[in-house]
Write a protein that binds this ligand. Structure first.
Ligand code: ADP
Ligand code: MG
Length: 326
């Protein structure tokens, strides 16, 4: 992604419900054409933030700008929403008794019929819906519904697409088909996209930048590699992947090593951790190996079938694999 113009900007947002504050001190610049993933635990305020960006609800405080224009509160608008911004809800909101083609065409009902037909066809191909185009959407799988909702949202070429948990509840097959549709979308359009997820692997895979929500604040926003390799704090480290906490001896701070950075020490390697293998879980590409010593347990990944539960084990890692966090 080229660092580019800001398309939307949120300044100093604060939002609370009866149960208490949900979002505090939210500052966010969304760049034109980028895919921004918002990663946070369930209940961390992701959907609330997305609904504010979609102009469906107002924050209690703060400013929302779209292309440098300060937007008036939603409460003062006749119709909520913004013509250039489309949100796809977690429940898709399709017409169940209409076909895929009809659902997508509905978004273009005021357009010339020839253009509509051609545009619907383009969207069906983009979203990989060729084989189900004449099915009523109530008979579709979750993944097909998700792709129909995306195709419909894209019909009028929104500037900003908002996706709420696009990969949730999809099986592996449907996740892969949706992934191909998203790849096509990214390659063929300039759409700016904000998607929220509680799954670190989806956020890491699909974001140009990831924003991490912790207790209502964006504590880190950066490229996936930076967030993963240099997490702002221990919470971010754990949210973005598996962690081992090491160190912490007398007067020594604790630090993190990712499991994929630990390996069995070969002769000549510095032994930096030793203990006993407690469990082995086969994962396909590798085994997840959990080991224990007096100080605690660590997990690392090992390919090959040479290890057994109960074995003594010596592990090594490099200095550059150490992640210091506060
Ligand atoms: P997420 O999408 O990250 O799971 P939400 O934005 O849906 O988080 O919700 C954040 C918190 O606000 C949760 O504790 C939720 O119960 C609460 N909440 C969400 N919507 C409402 C609402 N309309 N009224 C009251 N509380 C709400
Ligand atoms: Mg949500």
């Amino acid at each position: 992604m080229v660092e580019s113009k800001t398309i939307m900007s949120l300044q100093d947002l604060y939002m609370s419900y009866d149960s208490g504050p949900v979002l505090t001190d939210i500052h966010l610049d969304l760049y034109e054409g980028e895919w921004l993933g918002i990663l946070g635990e369930s209940g961390s305020g992701k959907s609330t933030l997305l609904r504010i960006i979609a102009r469906l609800i107002d924050a209690d405080r703060g400013e929302v700008r779209y292309r440098d224009e300060l937007l008036t509160p939603v409460a003062r608008e006749l119709i909520p929403g913004h013509p250039d911004i489309k949100l796809i809800h977690q429940d898709y909101a399709l017409f169940p008794n209409q076909t895929v083609t009809e659902n997508i065409g509905y978004a273009l009902r005021f357009y010339d019929p020839d253009y509509r037909k051609q545009r619907v066809e383009e969207l069906i191909v983009l979203a990989g819906l060729e084989s189900v185009r004449d099915k009523k959407t109530k008979w579709l799988s979750g993944g097909e519904k998700q792709r129909t909702a995306i195709a419909r949202a894209l019909a009028e070429e929104p500037e900003v697409l908002l996706l709420d948990e696009p990969f949730a509840h999809l099986d592996n097959h449907n996740k892969q088909v949706l992934s191909s549709a998203i790849e096509a979308l990214r390659a063929n359009t300039q759409t700016t996209c904000v998607f929220v997820t509680h799954e670190s692997s989806d956020a890491l895979a699909w974001s140009d930048r990831i924003a991490i929500l912790q207790a209502g604040k964006i504590v880190q926003i950066d490229r996936p590699t930076v967030v993963y390799q240099s997490p702002y704090n221990g919470y971010v480290a754990g949210l973005t992947g598996a962690v081992n906490w090491l160190g912490g001896g007398a007067g020594e701070p604790k630090y993190i090593i990712r499991p994929e950075r630990l390996s069995v020490a070969q002769s000549g390697d510095a032994v930096r951790w030793q203990g006993k293998i407690m469990s082995l879980r086969f994962n396909g590409p590798f085994w997840m190996v959990r080991c224990q010593n007096d100080q605690g347990s660590v997990t690392f990944y090992h390919s090959g079938n040479s290890l057994s539960v109960g074995d003594a084990i010596q592990l090594t890692y490099q200095d550059e694999d150490i992640i210091h966090v506060h």
